[in-house]
Ligand binder design. Sequence first.
Ligand code: DUC
Ligand code: ZN
Ligand code: ZN
Length: 456
Amino acid sequence: MDLIIKNGTLVTESNTYQADIAVKDGKIVAVGAGFDESGAEVIDASGLMVLPGAIDVHTHLAMPFGGTVSADDYFSGTRAAACGGVTTVFDYAIQRKGSGIVDTVEARRKMADPDACVDYAFHCAITDLDGGKLLDEFDAAVAYGVPSFKCFMVYKKEGMMVDDGTLAQILLKSKEAGVMTNVHAENPDLIDMLIAQFLKEGKTSAWYHYLSRPEYVEAEADKRAIHWAKAMDAELYIVHLANEEGVDAVTEARDAGYKIYAETCPQYLHFTSDVYKREDGRNFVCSPPMKGQSSQDALWEALKRGDISTVATDHCPFQSYEKDWGKDNFTKIPNGCAGIENLYPYILSAANEGKITFNKAVEVCAFNPARLFGCATKGALMPGYDADIVLYDPNKAFTISKDNMHSDYDHTIWEGVSLKGYPVKTYSRGKLVFDDGAFVGEKGWGKFVKRVSRKG
Ligand code: DUC
Ligand code: ZN
Ligand code: ZN
């Protein structure tokens, strides 16, 4: 045995119990008691919770966007992930006109491989089907280990948006190929109309970012995507769901038996649109924007009932000077916020405060992401699974500051937020990568996760 974690309280998506974990060659080999300790490193986890590492299925590392590139690359982003108990990071590889799916993913994989500190995977965002040719590549992408694609229903000017016809074709082909279709759902025409109106009226503060993308802008696109998925009887995963009407539409479709899944993000669970009235409101600009209190309440309720399946971050930070480009014009603010290091601590703190159970926290941050996106050996503490393990101290108080984070950004929307409990150790395939506040991992340790398709 290489490592034995003993005397801890194991928390899975369905169970909480006392047990020891034995690790060999990066894998969990046994869960129980009375293991032979000879030659093994033995960690006493008395008073700690032992959890599967989180899986952040939504990040944008080194992403060219908004006239710049997001502040965390594959090294700093995955270093921060490790320090927040995230042991697998899913990034979005954006396909561009003229490129294939596998080529697109391989190019990003080349960037990630020498840098990643924890394991990583990609979804491919398809922006152009090349007259249908890309549909013929779905099977090859699945065989390569990428069984999930994204459609942006916005970002027309940025050349990333797909129209309804393209979305419908992708949904149909995805069903056949065992692919999960992810959508960023907002209505581009409504956004353009509202932006034009506000700029004409000289309304340029960050508050108008929210008002140009209010609840109904997101809800319309959620409902449209759900409509198409239902009509095709295809699976659909709505990323960063943030509005109440969308939650209701997802719930209704799920109640009727459709395979519709939703993700939300910690920022939507914690902040409301009021942040855009603040002097530093531009720092909170992301799309979709934070919404009103009733949407936030609906998100928590849906999370508790199981109509929101995952929590992920949409981690896409920009530096203060870049956010400042939009001080006098909200349309010039690069969209995106930090979150990769805050995901698990935030959701676990919510559990520690009694808002949800610890089992639910593990379910939405580790178990469901692994199952929905085909990580066959991740998201659970069971023999044969990767030893991606977090030790969590429920009694450790922690206040988030950019100075105790491990990203490359110079500010965070989470500054000053206090948490009850905090991870104290993270293991990635049995290797200690985070220890009591410090990153102790290794650049290049992270491996590409070859995922299995929705067909198994
Ligand atoms: N939204 C953001 O805020 N940033 C990156 C991409 C996105 O959809
Ligand atoms: Zn998005
Ligand atoms: Zn995103």
